[in-house]
Write a protein that binds this ligand. Structure first.
Ligand code: SAM
Length: 245
C-alpha cells in the first residue's frame, strides 16, 4: 500500500523534536486523554508510533496502532523491537480496519483532515465509532476549522508553512511544507468547516462533540520563553477534539 507519508517517514519522525510538538501538541493531547491506566487504546494514524508509545508508557493495558503508510508502520515496528512495549501495529486504512475488537479510547493525532471529501469523512467517523466500546471516547488533534485562510502567515519562524488552494470551503486542499534536517517535506490535507465535522461525528453516533483549544505547558515557557510560542498560540493551525459515544 503506498501513501503520501511513505517517502517522508523518517523526516516526519524528526519533526517531533520541535518545542511546539513537545510543549503544545503532546501537552494538549495528553490533557485531553486524561488517565489511560488499564485502558484499551487504539491509536489511529499512529505514524511511527510517537503517541502510541507514550500511551503505552502511561499505563494503557492494550495499545494498538494503525497507519496507512507501510513506511511509517515499519518504523514503528522497528522501534517496538528495540524497546518492547507490547504494542500491536497494523498497516491499514482506518476505513478497513482489521477485526481486532473494541477499545475504551480511540485516539488520532492528525487523521480526519486526510478525508478527501465529506463521504470519506463520514466513513472515517463511522469506523471510529465501530471500534469504541459503549461510552467510549475519541480524542484527536485536527485542522482548526475556525482559522481563516487569510491567517496562514507567521509560521516560518517555527520551520513550516501552511497554504490553501482555493476558497475556504469543504474539501479545499491545504498544504504544509516543513523543514526537517536539511530536507523540505510537504503533505496535503483537506479543510472542513466546524459544522461539517460536527455533523459527521454526530451522525456517526457520538452524543457529545467538544472542541478543545491547544494549551502551552508551563515547562515550554521555562525552556523557550513565552514569546517563542506567541504567534502559534495566538493563531493555532490545529485544534483538539473530544467526542463521547
Ligand atoms: C501527520 S502524521 C501523524 C502521525 C502521528 N499521529 C503523530 O502525531 O506523529 C498523519 C498520519 O496519518 C496517516 N493517515 C492518513 N490517512 C490515513 C488513513 N486513511 N488511514 C490510516 N492512516 C492514515 C498518514 O500515513 C500519517 O502517518
Amino acid at each position: 500500500m503506498s501513501a503520501q507519508y511513505d517517502d517522508i517517514a523518517r523526516e516526519y519522525q524528526a519533526t517531533k523534536e520541535s518545542p511546539l510538538r513537545q510543549y503544545v501538541e503532546a501537552f494538549s493531547f495528553f490533557n485531553m486523554l486524561g488517565d489511560v491506566q488499564d485502558k484499551e487504546v487504539l491509536d489511529l494514524a499512529c505514524g511511527e508510533g510517537f503517541y502510541t508509545r507514550l500511551i503505552a508508557t502511561a499505563g494503557a493495558r492494550r495499545v494498538a496502532g494503525v497507519d496507512i503508510s507501510a513506511a511509517m508502520i515499519s518504523l514503528a515496528k522497528e522501534i517496538e523491537v528495540q524497546q518492547v512495549q507490547g504494542i500491536e501495529y497494523h498497516c491499514a486504512d482506518v476505513v478497513s480496519l482489521p477485526d481486532f475488537g473494541c477499545f475504551d479510547l480511540v485516539t488520532a493525532a492528525y487523521l480526519l483532515h486526510y478525508a478527501a471529501d465529506t463521504h470519506a469523512l463520514q466513513s472515517m467517523c463511522e469506523c471510529i465509532v465501530a471500534r469504541l466500546k459503549p461510552g467510549g471516547r475519541f480524542v484527536c488533534i485536527n485542522e482548526n476549522p475556525e482559522q481563516s485562510f487569510a491567517d496562514f502567515s507567521g509560521y516560518t519562524q517555527y520551520g513550516f508553512n501552511k497554504s490553501a488552494d482555493g476558497p475556504q470551503e469543504d474539501g479545499a486542499k491545504l498544504t504544509y511544507a516543513m523543514v526537517s534536517g536539511r530536507k523540505m517535506i510537504r503533505f496535503d490535507v483537506f479543510y472542513y468547516t466546524r459544522m461539517t465535522y460536527e455533523a459527521a461525528l454526530y451522525k456517526a453516533g457520538f452524543s457529545e462533540v467538544r472542541w478543545v483549544p491547544l494549551e502551552l505547558a508551563p515547562e515550554g515557557t521555562d525552556a523557550c520563553g513565552a514569546e517563542y510560542f506567541q504567534e502559534y498560540m495566538g493563531n493555532p493551525p490545529v485544534a483538539g477534539l473530544v467526542c463521547v459515544l
